[in-house]
Ligand binder design. Sequence first.
Ligand SMILES: Cc1cc2nc3c(=O)[nH]c(=O)nc-3n(C[C@H](O)[C@H](O)[C@H](O)COP(=O)(O)O)c2cc1C
Length: 171
Amino acid sequence: MEFYETIKTRRSSRGYLPDKPVPEKALTRIAEAIDLAPSACNRQPVKFLFVRNPELRAKICEVYQPAWLKEAPVIAVVLGCDEKAWHRLEGDSIVPVDAAIAMEHFMLAAAAEGLGTCWICAFRRDEMDKVLGLTGSPWRSVAISPLGYAKAGAVGPLSRKNVHEIVQVID
Ligand SMILES: Cc1cc2nc3c(=O)[nH]c(=O)nc-3n(C[C@H](O)[C@H](O)[C@H](O)COP(=O)(O)O)c2cc1C
């Protein structure tokens, strides 16, 4: 898919076809797109888990409960590690930025494959880390996303500010 077409295609999908699996080749290409994401000092302090295991998906869905997450054949979990990350001059970790870039690579690659995603971060990280077995580990959950073929009507209307409010050209 052409790049700008992919950008226009990507939307948050909140409804999935549970019985239509994600093709292995698509999953491989999406993984390679994630690996190509830039990161501060190239440290890559971010990992993705593609959770297909039904028991673990069910536990994740107890932490974040909308019905549509249960429909997704894959739940992607984004993890970050402050210990591995570059830190800003003020001392704060760059993990949220590096994770956001990797997540955008993931979502755009999925869109190019005709797959739906939805960035989710409205969950209790301590509860998510617990079900992922990360308690006491330097790795922490940052975000999750369903990955799968979206149902018809799974995407809401597009709403954005006027581009001139967001981007200013200063000559
Ligand atoms: C950092 C971030 C966090 C988000 N968290 C959630 C979330 O917890 N649950 C959810 O349903 N959508 C979440 N979203 C999706 C946004 O609501 C969505 O991207 C926005 O409304 C624009 O719609 P679009 O993605 O379809 O273009 C999140 C998006 C971002 C970028």
